[in-house]
Design a protein around this ligand. Structure first.
Ligand SMILES: [Zn+2]
Length: 117
């Protein structure tokens, strides 16, 4: 199905094809523990996501190996999605940014990124 989402201010919008989202993923690595965002369990292939951002609105933070690309809106500060370590180039999405998906009551798994990164 087609999922649509955006940051808080709307400067970064995106949509992707993926399964219905009934559960999420949290990670305990040094950055995810601070963001505390619920992410998609699956990673979206680069050709399955369309990102439209106003000029310079999409910012990227990297650390360590630099493989993971942590994207966020530099106007409202919201983390929208990142490109993963486990599947470089593929996107894991902030479920809280998606239209019509309730991230609050959703069950989730925990990924032990702290031991990997
Ligand atoms: Zn924004």
């Amino acid at each position: 199905m087609l999922h649509k989402g955006q940051c808080h201010c709307g400067a970064v919008k995106f949509e992707f094809e993926g399964d219905e989202i009934r559960s999420g993923l949290r990670c305990n690595c040094s950055i995810c523990i601070r963001k505390a965002a619920l992410m998609t369990e699956y990673a979206v292939a680069p050709d399955a996501i369309t990102i439209s951002a106003e000029a310079d609105a999409l910012a990227t933070y990297t650390f360590g190996s630099g493989v993971a690309q942590h994207h966020f809106c530099n106007r409202c500060g919201i983390y929208t999605f990142h490109q993963t370590v486990r599947q470089p180039g593929h996107y894991r999405i902030n479920i809280g940014c998606l239209d019509g998906v309730d991230s609050i009551q959703m069950p989730y798994k925990v990924f032990d990124g702290a031991s990997l990164l």
